[in-house]
Design a protein around this ligand. Sequence first.
Ligand code: NI
Length: 177
Amino acid sequence: MAIKAVLRMGDPRLFEPSTPVQKFKTAQLNALIQDMRDTMASLNGAGLAAPQIGVNLQVVIFGVQKNPRYPDAQEVPFTILINPKLTPLDDEIEEGWEGCLSVPGMHGLVPRYKRLRYQGVDENGKKIDRKVADFHARVVQHECDHLAGILYPMRIRDMRNFGFTAELFPDEEIEED
Ligand code: NI
């Protein structure tokens, strides 16, 4: 369909809570999902939330393929998650580096639940119910935060751990997500 412009931090639309999807298998929802897939792929992102392209609905997509450059990185299956509900499985919090297509060129160290269950539906209204940990859990929390109007810099505990990717990781090539 189309590659859309990604809203950047400062745009007030990124801070608005999104509303649940009510109707499935509609032309509008299919077009939204295709636009999100095209936009995420064009920017090599790990995930994208509908509000990032200016659509105020509870739709996120995410997925990370095995990359030979990052042999330790966890693979995350490509997922379309609608109307999500997240439940931490315990209290353990882990800090990890995140980037965001709405905060280009920057990274920050963000605390997230290490283990969680996520529930929701896919683009056909079929139930999704998974228990995940580590990077997969982090990606889901990051994307679902967008649906609550939260960008990752708002969760950073120590702002010295927020900065330009090229300054934080001068020797590495780090992909945005
Ligand atoms: Ni993001």
